[in-house]
Design a binder for this molecule. Structure first.
Ligand code: SAM
Length: 399
């Protein structure tokens, strides 16, 4: 469902009123399908359609824009100029968000962290201002999935975004100056969310993580990346130490897969600079690797990268959407303090936190490959195959 109904309420019609819609269509020459498109996607009509619809609704284009909540820089400047008068007009309609809900129950804790069961919007008011170093949020994507919590994952678009703004507002408040916020979502949702965060936090990166997340859809490009928006509180992050990654090589012949501008002699032996496109994060799809039977679960490789990049030991990490607990598991392994919450069952999270050895071992293994251009094994094979290594390049420069 995508209806926002702003346009139809300006026109004084109901979506279900076919007769009234047919009349508007006839008067304006705009087909009913297009009328529904404008309304359901909350898209401001343009050109002749805008003139005609404004005429029959007896509103100006500016009033229609305001009623649809589509505000350009011109309107914004006028609002800013008249802020005093506008505030007096809207004061009673702007309701302060008061959260009186009781604190959710703590269901598990370790020396480093506490796990709650309940709604993150009820927990966040209990977290002090400016207290969290790193927030990672992977909310439901409103794709009508069935989560163990049985929450509604099929909200109207405007309601979903309002809900996202509610928890994002809480994240902004509790983030420490210099703290970092990462939101993992579909590009469709991260665009408006990034827009909301602009002016509240500082934009750092839009990170594309190459994972195919649905089947090809006819008439569309094949969705091939998740987006992760990365903001910090204040001018720059207090902590930023991205790993350097190994060079991409052919798994068979060990040869170079890219030429990195042809500058072998300039390549840092500690590895390649991390970019904002990540190709090496696998989806967790196979039941054998899943830590809970249903719904989404992120690879701990992703959380390892984010947590290493934007926090230090003993820092406080918060994830408002526990899921299978990937963030808490990685925080625990890496000696970060953490706060966790999940609306649905938490047994799988607790089970993981009680048995960390296997996942700690896995992380140790993947980290062996970081911050070195080649692993020892690869170096050996490249030498055997007569391929360049940092040593061979250095030696040839000395001669
Ligand atoms: C996409 S999953 C998170 C997966 C997690 N990142 C992982 O790797 O396991 C989103 C989770 O948020 C939970 N959830 C939804 N609304 C919530 C809320 N208001 N408060 C707390 N958890 C919520 C859902 O039950 C679901 O388990």
């Amino acid at each position: 469902m995508t209806e926002s109904d702003c346009l139809f309420s300006v026109l004084g019609v109901k979506t279900s009123d076919r007769k009234a819609l047919a009349e508007i269509s006839e008067t304006t020459g705009i087909g009913v399908t297009r009328l529904k498109y404008y309304n359901n996607s909350n898209t401001l009509p343009s050109g002749k359609a805008l003139d005609k619809l404004c005429e029959i609704a007896a509103v100006s284009p500016v009033e229609l824009s305001l009623k649809m909540g589509i505000i350009d820089r011109n309107i914004l400047a006028a609002i800013q100029k008249n802020a005093h008068d506008i505030e007096a007009l809207i004061r009673d309609d702007v309701v302060g968000k008061q959260h009186h809900a009781p604190k959710p129950a703590q269901v598990f804790h370790t020396d480093l962290g506490a796990l709650y069961r309940g709604d993150c919007l009820s927990l966040m008011p209990h977290i002090p201002d400016d207290s969290v170093d790193l927030i990672f949020a992977d909310p439901p994507f409103n794709l009508n999935k069935l989560y163990p919590s049985k929450m509604n994952d099929n909200l109207r678009e405007d309601r979903y975004l309002r809900w996202c703004e509610d928890w994002a507002e809480g994240c902004v408040r509790i983030l420490k100056p210099g703290g970092s916020l990462f939101i993992w979502n579909l590009p469709k949702w991260n665009i408006p969310l990034a827009h909301y965060l602009e002016g509240r936090l500082t934009f750092r990166h839009w990170i594309s993580v190459d994972i195919k997340y649905s089947l090809p859809i006819s008439g569309r490009l094949y969705p091939s990346h998740y987006s992760m928006i990365y903001f910090c509180k204040g001018e720059k992050p207090a902590t930023f130490h991205p790993d350097r990654l190994p060079m991409e090589i052919c798994p068979h012949c060990m040869g170079d897969l890219r030429d990195y501008g042809g500058y072998k002699n300039k390549m840092n032996p500690k590895g390649v600079n991390m970019t904002d496109v990540w190709f090496d994060i696998p989806p967790v799809r196979h039941a054998k690797y899943k830590k809970r039977k249903s719904a989404n679960e992120l690879s701990i490789r992703l959380l390892d990268r984010v947590i290493e990049m934007s926090s230090n030991e003993n820092d406080l990490v918060f994830d408002p959407f526990g899921g299978s607990g990937a963030t808490y598991v990685v925080s625990e392994i890496k000696n970060r303090r953490w706060i966790g919450i999940e609306l649905g069952p938490v047994d799988d999270i607790v089970g993981r936190l009680e048995n960390l050895e296997e996942e700690a071992g896995f992380l140790e293994k993947i980290r062996d490959g970081y911050n070195n251009l080649f692993t020892n094994k690869t170096l050996k094979k490249r030498r055997q195959n007569g391929l360049w290594t940092p040593d061979s390049v250095r030696n040839s420069m000395v001669q």
